[in-house]
Write a protein that binds this ligand. Structure first.
Ligand code: FES
Length: 234
């Protein structure tokens, strides 16, 4: 009978695992083939023969032979990437600003045009502007006179009538009481102007506070006359 080790070797040679191992053995054999051995024997290490490890070896033979050709390419790439980044940044900022800008309906609300020809002398009109009431008073000559007779120094919020109007016959004010924000009533109060029923503030015919808890005159909004009978508020 054959010894046990001889039988085991024979079985291993004929098994599928042995078939897998055979190419690996062949590759191991190739790695030491004469061609590879020749290639490795021609390689010259730049550090070979250097006794001083701090000395920089000579790499000139590995440097590019085409002069500044690589630099031109580098400059081109840097320039191109810079241009693309700038274009991207510009478009992002433009989109951002477009989103932040007021929409058309908001812009339309920002200014209101009023036809003054439709407001008779001695009458009040209230319009809505940016969610707030605006009083427009077509004043009579006697009302203008009365507004100018007042001693400005005696007022709680001293302001002359001419500082509150652009044309004496047209008084334009925000209809918001300067005490706590109620809407005063026109042609009422002790001074023939406006009266705030919330806590009893009296404003005169120029919208100046004369009596009651309100600290300031009625506010004058930004406005202009686009022509003789057109008022633009805002
Ligand atoms: S809110 Fe007008 S008097 Fe107070």
């Amino acid at each position: 009978m054959a010894p046990l080790t001889t039988v085991t070797r024979a079985l291993a040679r004929s098994s599928p695992a042995a078939a897998l191992l055979r190419p690996l053995t062949a590759a191991a054999t190739m790695s030491t083939s004469p061609a590879l051995r020749d290639a490795s024997s021609t390689y010259q290490s730049p550090f070979k023969g250097e006794s001083d490890s701090t000395k920089m070896p000579d790499f000139t033979k590995y440097m590019s032979k085409n002069g500044g050709g690589n630099q031109v390419f580098s400059y081109f790439m840097v320039g191109a990437l810079g241009a693309i980044s700038a274009a991207g940044a510009k478009s992002t900022i433009q989109e951002f600003l477009k989103n932040m800008a007021a929409s058309a309906d908001v812009l339309a609300m920002a200014k209101v045009e009023v036809d003054l020809g439709a407001i008779p002398e001695g009458k009040n009109v209230i319009i809505k502007w940016r969610g707030k009431p605006v009083f427009i008073r077509h004043r009579t000559a006697s009302e203008i006179d009365e507004a100018n007779q007042v001693n400005v120094a005696s007022l709680r919020d001293p302001q002359s009538d001419e500082d509150r109007v652009k044309k004496p016959e047209w008084l334009i004010m925000l209809g918001v009481c300067t005490h706590l924000g109620c809407v005063p009533i026109g042609e009422a109060g002790d001074y023939g102007g406006w009266f705030c029923p919330c806590h009893g503030s009296h404003y005169d015919i120029s919208g100046r506070i004369r009596k009651g808890p309100a600290p300031l005159n009625l506010e004058i909004p930004a406005y202009d006359f686009s022509d003789d009978d057109k008022l633009v508020i805002g």
